[in-house]
Write a protein that binds this ligand. Sequence first.
Ligand code: SAM
Length: 219
Amino acid sequence: MRLRNVKGAKEAMIESPYVVNEPKEYKGKWKEVFKNENPIYIEVGMGKGNFITTLAKQNPNINYIGIEKYSSVLIRGLEKRAEVEKEEHITLSNLMFIRMDAEEIEEVFDKEEVSRIYLNFSDPWPKDRHAKRRLTSTTFLKRYDNILKADGVIEFKTDNISLFHFSLASVKEAGWNLVASTEDLHHSPMNEGNVMTEYERKFSSMGNPICKLVCNRSN
Ligand code: SAM
């Protein structure tokens, strides 16, 4: 997703107190950003931010970081954050954002610094030669392995069945443990407490079943 010509998006990122502009400086020090010891959950490729903003509202004792590659998209997350704070009369001090390419994730988070990673409707990169760019490739699982706590979890949702099967194979190849999976989330017990993303709303309203997997490294 890339929204073009969002005027002032880059400036808004720099000025916002909720965007960490030099995230590599905080490697190993994210607790200082939030000023508490609460666990850190991240969403990689957060898009317009409905999912992570809703989770931050529901779980004030968890710190959330939304990661997005493009300023033009991340600015929508900032707007969503402000909208929720205003409507609910709350302060989402547990929600921050980073504009970065997830390829650099190990330079931003230290070993065991992250407790949970959400990947929602990640870009499918359908050409074989781009498979390593998929956020559920073994290349990315290796990166996540270097930042996740020993009992850390990844949750992945998509409506793209090819990407889902590829991801199941990656989990197996990387030696991770498949905790749960479904190819029809909205009609599955795994749907309990599900928070919909923007893409999830769009694709499920078109009749596409939503797939979900949860994996970790412990048995
Ligand atoms: N997660 C949102 C949802 O479910 O509605 C957005 C899904 S959209 C298809 C994928 C998003 O991931 C886009 O906003 C894109 O810019 C972002 N993205 C893709 N690759 C990324 C990467 N390597 N690092 C950070 N963000 C990425």
